[in-house]
Design a binder for this molecule. Structure first.
Ligand SMILES: [Zn+2]
Length: 292
């Protein structure tokens, strides 16, 4: 075999291995499988910089195809919501970390962020929320506040379920700066038995509502400051305000048929305040955007 042929053969071996790792990423049904395949793909890219652009393009094409063709659970016909079952969530999460880009540096950076994120997961600790519980919360949130319409004005609200717990959080949410893109809520197995999984989900809807209203995690609606002043509540950080806003939303959403999931010390008068405030915040938001 001459040198040229040997080089060609070596290149084919590298390309085949890299393409296999791309297939393995999208076949990954657990965080660990997707992470191991993503690490292998990065190793192959590092070993063959000449082919980096071509392989990154293949990867992005595969990611687009996967997101277009994976089959989400048919969830609730009256809600603009997609619930992603746990076996699909690792790869759908990957698509939130890696941009659709022709720039290999952007793709590699996104894959590294995804690999770091996967490292935050651990074995499941306590029972996950059920589809019925998700449905019940969304039903009340939509009936009382049209919350699903606010969170998913165009594309469906995406709820990703995981077969894992997370090192720090029970749940997280991502609301894109661009309202044309979709909002995603990640629900993990709770870290403690004392953490009510229905309340956790309603609390995360509250974070998503805050971000939908202001599109900036650091900025709460002005009306929330006035509301807290009236109640004599003082916050010492933006983080405390963010958590309080999410809790107020959760308590308002759950104050109907799901009140068994609320903290016991809440009075009816307090719940009425929360309900009125969330109604006001949403109404003002819609009026500001001339949507009503
Ligand atoms: Zn929170």
């Amino acid at each position: 075999m001459n040198t040229d042929n040997r080089r060609k053969k070596a290149a084919t071996v590298i390309l085949n291995a890299a393409e296999q790792s791309i297939s393995d990423i999208f076949a990954g049904r657990t965080i660990y499988e997707a992470r191991t395949a993503a690490e292998a793909f990065l190793d192959h890219l590092a070993a063959a910089p000449k082919y980096e652009r071509r392989l990154c393009e293949r990867f992005v094409d595969s990611m687009i195809r996967y997101c277009d063709n994976y089959v989400p659970l048919p969830f609730c016909l009256t809600h603009n919501v997609t619930v992603v079952p746990p076996e699909y969530s690792p790869v759908i999460m990957l698509s939130a970390y890696v941009p659709i880009s022709n720039d290999p540096d952007c793709v590699v950076a996104g894959l590294k962020r995804f690999i770091d994120k996967c490292g935050e997961f651990r074995e499941p600790l306590h029972e996950a929320i059920t589809y019925e519980e998700i449905n019940a919360v969304l039903d009340d949130a939509q009936k009382s506040y049209r919350l699903v319409d606010i969170l998913a004005p165009k594309l469906p609200l995406k709820i990703l379920l995981f077969n894992n717990s997370h090192a720090e959080h029970n749940s997280e949410c991502g609301v894109p700066v661009d309202p044309e893109r979709e909002t995603a809520i990640f629900l993990y197995h709770p870290l403690e038995t004392a953490h009510d999984r229905v309340f956790i989900f309603a609390h995360e809807l509250g974070h998503a509502l805050h971000l939908s209203l202001t599109r900036d995690a650091e900025v709460l609606p002005d009306s929330f400051d006035r509301f807290n002043e009236k109640l004599g509540i003082i916050f010492h950080s933006v983080h405390q305000k963010q958590e309080a806003f999410a809790d107020v939303t959760a308590m308002a959403v759950l104050s109907g048929g799901l009140s068994g999931h609320l903290p016991h010390e809440l009075s009816d008068a307090m719940l009425e305040n929360f309900d009125m405030y969330i109604r006001y915040a949403i109404r003002k938001h819609l009026m500001d955007r001339s949507l009503i």
